[in-house]
Design a protein. Structure first.
Length: 621
């Protein structure tokens, strides 16, 4: 979890500050820009800018820095703006990134990149720790860095911002994550428990809505609905049977069955006669066309005989023998359309006379056949007229016999149809009622299953979040380090308990039996805060816990006076910090203070003054 800042530059502010491993001191009088530098450090490590002096807002365009994260060096340039989507440029020896600061649809942001580089888990935790089903909130890089900042305005009054309700929740989650009381398994169980609780709450609300809506309605009694549905179904079945009987009205009248059979037979005969007449008329039409063609051919043969010329100009459309159409594509121009042979150029009058005789004979036969077809069509027409007259008489008789019966049944048919429609609508409505009740039953079954699962998840969660022996061992180590550092700081001795403690319920420090909020002295609270923060970081280094090993302390001497033993305690605090710089240089401490002892001068990395403030006017230099 190594986190170390080598340098930070305020581009536009004319300032670059270099840091080393171990202790680094920034000193100077009030209003020289020390706290502003702390804000820029936090901003470089993923935090927000907050309120800045006017000259800082006007001058500093970007914040750049050289940072080590888990053994890898990165160059980082972040625009000094509050826009969440502003791009942060990052470069290592092997790769570069350009990421939005803290907002991106896919979650690929600078703050999440910091989590990844430091190996910190990305977890969503319940916003209300006592209610696992509450809305989830992510544990961000800034939540982990809560343990890395002792702010000037909180050092004597608050432990990592615990007086802020939201920060306090995140502070406790980071404690549990760091010391192994909260992990990915717990987060997954809480996610599943939230889903189950949400579904269960929705089903229960829907069930209450159904119960209130159906109160004092027919839906209160399922048995009553089912009984009525059976009765309606029985009536509907009987109505449908009656409707089928009414639909066969003609067969219900005595004597109509034979009459209907006779009408059917006459209609069949009539159809057959009409088809035969149509066939005769078509044949007669074709024969008349053939007759016209034969007459035309005979005339042409006569002209040819008289003029001693061939009939080469005759174009046959139908066959002179059978009357069928002759397709034009049948022959070419140099082939006869009848014999399919090449015509002789020699004129033969005898041949034409013979051909004319054959045509005349065929014409006579065709005219005779046409006469026969005409007579046959006339006979069939008379027969059809008689059949149609008989059919009309039979139909009138059937209509007369059934008219009175149908008139009597019309009212019954209409009444039956209306009643059937009402019964069908009622049956559908009752079935919908049963479907609604069935869905309520299904919802109750699902709710019961979810309740069982909720109980099981709560039991698993209780087991998973139980204080493990390993976690308690880590906390005992933290307590020991806390007491050891307090002893070195030489705070005033009072209280009911021999040793100081870490409250197991709040994870806040207690000074010899007294809670932090009971410490009325800001100076004592400062010493307790310092010992508590250093104890966390030393424990994290010694036990390899997930906590960034960097600590920024703003205004250490703010609440330590100049009277009595306060100067000695202030000197003791510097002695502890300088000793840690030698024994634990991997813990980078950036200390901001107005005045420092001479013994700590070698750790000063930046000394500001009223003439040389943090933000320089580059244009005037």
């Amino acid at each position: 979890m190594k986190t170390q800042i080598h340098a930070i530059g305020l581009d536009g502010g004319g300032r670059v500050v270099n840091f080393e491993a171990g202790l680094n001191i920034v000193t100077g009088p009030i209003a020289s820009g020390k706290t502003t530098l702390v804000k820029y450090i936090r901003f470089l490590l993923g935090g927000s800018l907050g309120q800045l002096p006017k000259e800082a807002r006007a001058s500093v365009a970007t914040v750049s820095g050289s940072v080590d994260l888990n053994g890898t060096s990165f160059s980082i340039v972040r625009p000094a703006v509050t826009t969440a989507s502003a791009r942060v440029e990052i470069a290592s020896a092997k790769r570069t990134w350009r990421l939005p600061a803290s907002s991106s649809p896919d979650g690929d942001t600078y703050v999440n990149w910091l989590l990844q580089q430091l190996g910190l888990p990305r977890l969503d935790v319940p916003s209300a720790p006592t209610r696992p089903e509450s809305d989830p909130t992510p544990v961000s890089i800034n939540d982990y860095f809560l343990y890395c900042y002792l702010a000037q305005d909180e050092l004597g009054f608050s432990v990592f911002g615990h007086r802020d309700a939201f920060k306090n929740i995140k502070r406790r989650y980071v404690f549990d994550i760091t010391y192994g009381f909260y992990d990915l398994q717990v987060a997954q169980l809480q996610d599943r428990l939230r889903d189950v609780h949400s579904q269960l709450r929705e089903l229960q609300a829907r069930q209450r809505l159904f119960e209130n809506f159906f109160d004092d309605t027919p839906l209160e009694n399922r048995a009553r609905i089912e009984h009525e549905l059976r009765e309606v179904a029985g009536e509907l079945k009987q109505i449908e049977t009656d409707s089928k009987d009414l639909a066969s009205v003609p067969r219900g009248v005595p004597g109509t069955s034979e009459l209907q059979s006779e009408i059917l037979q006459l209609e069949r005969q009539s159809a057959e006669l009409r088809a035969a007449i149509d066939a005769e008329r078509i044949s007669l039409h074709n024969l008349n066309e053939l007759t016209s063609q034969l007459e035309s051919q005979s005339s042409k043969l006569t002209r040819s005989i008289v003029s001693h010329k061939h009939l080469m100009d005759v174009q046959f459309v139908v066959c002179p023998r059978c009357g069928r159409d002759l397709p034009p594509e049948r022959v070419t121009e140099d082939v006869c359309e009848l014999c399919l042979q090449e015509p002789l150029l020699a004129f033969s009058r005898d041949t034409l006379i013979d051909e004319q005789g054959a045509v005349e004979q065929q014409l006579t036969e065709t005219q005779e056949l046409a006469r026969q077809r005409g007579e046959r069509a006339t006979v069939l027409g008379r027969e059809l007229e008689g059949l149609d007259a008989d059919l009309t008489q039979k139909r009138m008789e059937l209509e007369f016999q059934t008219r009175s019966y149908v008139s009597e049944q019309a009212t019954r048919i209409a009444s039956t149809a209306a009643r059937r429609a009402r019964l069908a609508a009622r049956a559908a409505q009752l079935q919908e009622y049963l479907d609604v009740l069935s869905k309520m039953d299904d919802a109750q079954k699902v709710a019961a299953q979810l309740a069982v699962e909720k109980g099981r998840l709560e039991q698993e969660l209780a087991i998973a979040t139980a204080k493990s022996n390993e976690g308690r061992t880590r906390v005992e180590h933290l307590k020991k380090r806390f007491n050891d550092i307090l002893e070195e700081l030489r705070p005033p001795r009072f209280g009911e308990e021999e040793l100081s403690n870490i409250n197991p319920n709040t994870n806040l420090p207690e000074y010899h039996g007294r809670s932090f909020v009971e410490l009325s002295s800001p100076g004592l609270a400062t010493l307790v805060n310092l010992a508590h923060a250093l104890a966390h970081h030393l424990t994290a280094i010694e036990l390899d816990l997930r906590l960034p090993d960097i600590l920024v302390i703003d205004g250490l001497s703010e609440h330590l006076g100049q009277e009595g033993l306060d100067p000695e305690r202030r000197a003791a605090a510097y002695k502890v910090l300088m000793g840690l710089s030698s024994s634990r240089p991997e813990l980078q401490v950036i200390l901001i203070d107005n005045e420092i002892p001479d013994t700590a001068r070698r750790f000063v990395r930046l000394e500001l003054s009223e003439e040389d403030r943090l933000i320089r006017n580059e244009a005037s230099e």
